[in-house]
Write a new protein. Structure first.
Length: 187
């Protein structure tokens, strides 16, 4: 999905604004064995799509991590002007390097690698202001009725659910632009 978004951003006049969402907030009930089995059964297809469509070999990190620190870190990185680099590094660490991005030390290493100060980043993970920004994003997702990721919202109105290939995203952008009679669409 990130590859499709990057390609879309390069080819069309769109702006990508990442928002926070937690699939499994801390304290969620355990996933049933049947649901976990369905997730595991879908992985080979996911890995094949990544390999065949994007040339990526996936090595997914651990399942069921607490993503709140990742999301707070994203808010900090965005405030420091390196949001896109943080998002790309976190995605690569989790999906391609199999790292546990739920571990603070892993996140701090990512922050350092993209030019942030390690201790400043770690201090920011305790920021009530940044955590509130995450909670505000989650509330907005709930207002939109989002219950899974990825989910793309174009101009606060049009929802595209699921990891979609580049061609599908292009069609969505062009449909929105045509409907609005505009040549650029902000996401």
């Amino acid at each position: 999905m990130a590859a499709s978004l990057a390609r879309l951003e390069a080819s069309h006049p769109v702006e990508i604004h990442w928002r926070s969402y937690e699939l499994r907030p801390k304290g969620s009930p355990p996933i049933s064995p049947e649901y976990r089995a369905r997730i595991d059964a879908g992985r080979p297809r996911l890995y094949a799509i990544a390999r065949d469509q994007y040339g990526l070999e996936l090595q997914q990190g651990p399942f069921g991590i607490d993503s709140r620190p990742v999301l707070i870190g994203a808010k900090f990185a965005e405030a420091m002007g390196v949001g896109p680099a943080y998002h790309a590094a976190v995605m690569q660490a989790y999906w391609q390097e199999g790292k546990n991005i739920g571990e603070i030390e892993v996140l701090a290493d990512i922050a350092l690698a993209i030019g942030l100060r390690r201790m400043e980043f770690m201090d920011a993970l305790d920021s009530a202001h940044l955590e509130q920004a995450v909670l505000d994003d989650i509330a907005l997702a709930n207002e939109y009725g989002i219950n899974g990721v990825p989910a793309l919202i174009f101009i606060d109105k049009y929802l595209v659910s699921g990891a979609q290939p580049y061609d599908v995203l292009v069609k969505a952008v062009e449909q929105v632009a045509q409907e609005l009679g505009e040549s650029s669409v902000d996401r």
